[in-house]
Write a protein that binds this ligand. Structure first.
Ligand code: HEC
Ligand code: HEC
Length: 454
């Protein structure tokens, strides 16, 4: 484990010729932008290559609510999209909209309420823990039919750097209207989430828990307070280390994938055989979903899980570039590397032995940090408090623009580039953001160039 000052590490993904061309050693061509987040890890055998491909097809499958020839049906009754790729476009991030009148469905809204008389929270009794903006009522699929409509207005403000440079930031103002099952008022805890890019997840799943706890211990000595989340593992009914999601509220790829099918598409699995209808949602219970259980069979679920595990992270680019090297040093000097840990190592990983015992550079610690009031959602999730977020991995971040036509960084997609993301850092990371504001322009460019080379 290395907390800072590591030489630019080359991910065991696919190789590249230069910054423009991300070289694919298998096809012997530059990888098209839309494919940059869709490359399998090295050393897969032919059966695994096939399973990666089958999982990818399943991930892109358009679900329908009526039976069709290939047997893929079961979307709804409530849902947000008809495919995983509806939000994770090209396996990348969700794209935010500036259009005020357009209901939002690529970003999702998590809900909870306080348990009366306690500090604890629970899912909303009428809407559960995630709003679904579509339903199949009357066979019509359009906004204004689901649980409620969600609108986001982006409010701009300007931040001044030490040399007078002004940077415009924007934050989301959430509006929920047309609630079908009672008002969602100010007492309800709400959190806007954007979909992250989905690669390298197998590596993050394969890091031994002890290594992550060791990072937390090492951070304490530097005055940081990285903490693990411990969350419900619904297969074993035990608490496990959370690794996935913006608050690390999911313990495993398989559970995250099952939860996404249920919450985002309305598709049941053997892990979650029932739709998440609340007591008040009677038509939801009576929907056709109850006749086909599970709607996603185990074989198809496993294929998506494998696709998620075996998707490679892109390799860093711009090696031996003096500006990038200077930026890497600043990344350590500004203590970015304390949380965005440059190097971790996988341990034993029976789900995909091909990536066992490999050192990789994800630039995360998988720990929660207090990021201050400006990023806070005020909605606790297991051991994550209202100010806490899991350090977002930075690998592949510099390609987000090419994959998704925009960057949409941070948990709600508010940051349109790396500089905006840095300037939002508060709480434990406030010192880093303040130091960034004091850097001369040429150093700021170097730091951004380094992060964008990842
Ligand atoms: C409505 C948009 C939407 C759809 C559809 C969607 N996702 Fe997501 N996905 C998200 C959001 C938002 C998050 C972050 C959730 C959070 O942290 O609360 C996420 C997180 C994830 C993660 C965790 C990644 C990480 O780095 O922690 C995985 C894996 C994932 N989704 C897989 C899927 C799969 C598989 C499907 C299809 C069944 C799917 N998603 C469908 C929006 C979506
Ligand atoms: C105290 C820990 C900590 C430090 C120090 C820190 N970060 Fe972060 N970083 C985070 C967390 C947590 C997030 C996710 C916040 C969110 O989504 O609201 C994040 C998010 C980001 C993102 C957005 C990534 C994405 O996928 O959306 C970038 C870019 C980033 N950090 C760069 C930096 C840089 C550069 C520095 C140093 C100047 C730095 N960070 C210092 C914890 C830290």
């Amino acid at each position: 484990m290395v907390l800072a000052g590591m030489a630019l590490f080359v991910n065991p993904g696919y190789s590249n010729v230069n910054d423009e061309c991300v070289w694919n050693a298998v096809t012997k061509q530059c990888t098209p932008d839309a494919q940059l987040y869709l490359q399998p890890v090295a050393k897969l055998d032919p059966d695994q290559m096939l399973l990666h491909e089958v999982g990818k097809i399943q991930f892109n499958t358009i679900w329908t609510f009526a039976p069709r020839l290939d047997g893929v049906w079961g979307m709804g009754p409530f849902f947000l999209a008809n495919a995983c790729s509806g939000c994770h476009i090209n396996n990348g991030r969700g794209i935010t909209t500036q259009q005020l009148n357009k209901p939002v469905f690529q970003q999702l809204v998590r809900l909870s309420v306080r348990k009366p008389g306690t500090d604890e929270t629970m899912p909303h009794p009428a809407y559960d823990s995630q709003l679904q903006v579509f339903t199949l009522e009357g066979g019509v699929v359009e906004p204004s039919t689901g649980e409620a409509d969600v609108f986001i207005r982006w409010l701009p403000h300007t931040v001044k750097l030490a040399d007078g440079t002004e940077v415009e930031l924007r934050r989301p103002e959430l509006k929920i209207t047309n609630e079908k099952f009672g008002p969602i008022d100010d007492s309800v805890l709400k959190s806007v989430r954007n979909g992250p890019a989905l690669f390298g997840l197998g590596y993050l799943e394969a890091v031994p828990e002890a290594d992550i706890l060791a990072i937390a211990a090492a951070q304490k000595a530097l005055g940081f307070n990285g903490r693990p989340n411990y969350v419900a593992d619904d297969a074993s009914f035990k608490r496990k280390l959370g690794r996935f999601g913006w608050k690390a509220n999911q313990p495993s790829i398989s559970q995250q994938v099952a939860a996404a099918h249920l919450g985002d598409i309305g598709v049941t699995t053997s892990l979650y055989p029932d739709q998440d209808c609340t007591l008040i949602q009677k038509a939801c219970y009576e929907s056709v979903s109850k006749y086909a259980k599970p709607e996603l069979n185990d074989q198809a679920w496993n294929a998506v899980n494998f696709f998620m595990r075996a998707n490679a992270a892109p390799r860093a680019r711009k090696h031996n570039d003096p500006q990038t090297e200077r930026g890497e040093k600043l990344f350590a000097d500004l203590q970015c590397a304390v949380c965005h840990v440059p190097s971790m190592k996988t341990g034993s990983y029976p789900a995909l032995p091909a990536i066992e015992n490999e050192t990789f550079a994800a630039f995360t610690d998988l720990l929660l940090h207090d990021m201050g009031p400006d990023l806070a959602d005020g909605r606790p999730d297991f051991k994550a408090g209202g100010n806490d977020w899991r350090t977002a991995p930075l690998w592949g971040v510099g390609l987000a623009d090419r994959v998704n036509g925009g960057m949409f960084l941070l948990h709600d997609g508010r940051a349109r580039n790396v500089e905006e993301a840095i300037l939002w850092h508060g709480g434990e990371a406030k010192k880093s953001a303040d130091s960034y504001k004091r850097l001369p322009a040429v150093d700021r460019q170097s730091l951004l160039s380094f992060v964008n080379s990842l």
